[in-house]
Design a protein around this ligand. Structure first.
Ligand code: SF4
Length: 445
């Protein structure tokens, strides 16, 4: 059997993932979705999916991309960029992303929608850049951006022990590509010239980390995640229950000890940080009838937006110094927040136990879904017993009325599968795999 590389959706051109070789890799998002087997079955075991994106999600992705590019420039010289450069990045990166996504925007006036988002991002970036300079740049240097990390799933969660192998039902096409078999896969088009076989594969978990920073003059690393919310104060309460970054910390630790980050040996992950940005920064205030800006304490704008109003209305900044200071001290902090949490080895170990539990159950459920009728589907992919997600779940319109599985099958292209395996060519390699005598792939430890 020839060597393969794994192609995972959203990680398609990531060498870290490709070089793992033949493996079933899941992400933290998939792990979370597995909390409801119905949701996971719809999302990961069918080729059918709603295509419109929620506006809040689009804003979050666009903002995220802008931050990513801003931080890349900051990292290059360990120097802050200007606010003007941040505004340029909104046009270059954020707007470009939204234009590329225009088909997935569910709005009557798509271009008006995009312009509104771009204006909001510009107002936000003007506050975020000085905020990052003050709260992060002084204390931390950027080590990595959009860092892809991965770890095998170990049996019983014992790090460095035996790796858990699942039994993955695959379809091999004429070009030797392997595709995971979906629920009741029956398309004649797919069957022509295809062979179906069960292939033992190691399970891995992978993640993409927004930013890794190092406390200046130390070997302490912190994992940073960008978040957007229309209510950062309320959102901040979720931080208490934050687990995603903790689980990324375990992947980084594995990579430092055994994987691709061994140049960071001696470093430890000491904590996680949420960088929360307000997603609805309002317009600059309008002058009163007397041509001045209101300095009423009850109607404070964020300071940088107030300053923008001073410039736009050709007013004297010196007349407003006290008010600007007041806005800075009372309002700005509710627009951007940096939240810290420390983590320890026990927290990270927990993730390895959980990954094992999830991988075993995922493998069992995936195989149970290969042939199911409408009734069996209710059992194998039972609805979350206490679903409180109906308003937010993108599958609620199937799930809530309990649409029979047999009514849901729609053909989509293979490229939409979340994972597949591509035969290696002479120009690619997979040096993380060793083919043993019994033809099973082993990890090099
Ligand atoms: S609506 Fe609830 S039960 Fe149904 S798929 Fe979504 S999360 Fe699961």
């Amino acid at each position: 059997m020839q060597n393969y590389e794994t192609v995972l959706q959203r990680y398609e051109n990531e060498p870290r993932i490709n070089k793992i070789g033949l493996a079933h890799i899941f992400t933290n998002s998939e792990k979370l979705d597995f909390g409801c087997k119905r949701l996971w079955s719809y999302s990961y075991n069918m080729l059918s999916e709603p295509t419109k994106n929620a506006p809040a999600l689009l804003y979050g992705i666009a903002w995220h991309l802008v931050c990513e590019h801003a931080l890349k420039e900051i990292k290059d010289n360990d120097t802050m960029i200007t606010v003007d450069r941040g505004v340029e990045l909104v046009d270059e990166i954020g707007k470009r992303f939204l234009l590329d996504e225009q088909m997935s925007i569910d709005a009557f006036d798509v271009f008006g929608f995009i312009d509104d988002f771009v204006d909001r991002m510009k107002r936000a970036i003007k506050g975020w850049i000085p905020h990052w300079a003050e709260k992060m740049h002084k204390e931390y240097e950027i080590v990595a951006i959009e860092l892809v990390v991965a770890s095998p799933v170990f049996i019983n969660g014992k790090i460095g022990g035996d790796v858990f192998f699942g039994n993955v039902r695959t379809r091999k096409d004429r070009n030797d590509y392997l595709w995971p078999v979906m629920i009741n896969e029956k398309s004649p088009k797919h069957k022509q010239g295809c062979t179906f076989e069960n292939i033992p594969m190691p399970y891995w978990r992978a993640g993409k980390i927004d930013v890794v920073v190092r406390k200046r003059n130390t070997q302490s690393l912190f994992i940073v995640d960008h978040k957007t919310s229309s209510s950062p104060n309320g959102y901040a309460r979720k931080f208490e229950y934050e687990q995603q970054l903790q689980s990324y910390a375990s992947l980084v630790t594995y990579e430092i000890e055994h994987g691709e980050l061994q140049h960071l040996k001696g470093h430890t992950i000491n904590g996680v940080i949420w960088d929360i940005a307000h997603s609805k920064v309002g317009m600059p205030p309008k002058p009163l009838k007397n041509g001045k800006l209101s300095t009423a304490k009850s109607r404070c704008s964020p300071s940088w937006i107030f300053e923008q109003a001073i410039i736009e209305n050709d007013l004297d900044r010196n007349d407003y110094l006290d008010h600007i200071e007041h806005c800075k001290n009372t309002v700005d902090q509710s627009y951007f927040q940096i939240l810290h949490k420390s983590i320890n080895k026990a927290d990270m170990k927990l993730t390895f136990y959980e990954d094992y539990a999830v991988a075993v159950e995922m493998d069992r459920t995936r195989n149970a879904l290969i042939y199911v009728n409408n009734e069996e589907f209710q059992i194998v992919a039972s609805r979350y017993p206490k679903c409180s997600e109906y308003l937010n779940c993108k599958f609620a319109h199937w799930c809530l009325p309990n649409v029979p599985l047999s009514n849901l099958w729609h053909e989509k292209e293979e490229k939409d599968t979340k994972i597949y395996w591509k035969p290696l060519t002479p120009n690619t390699n997979s040096d993380n795999l060793i083919l043993s005598e019994d033809n099973n792939y082993k990890l090099p430890f």
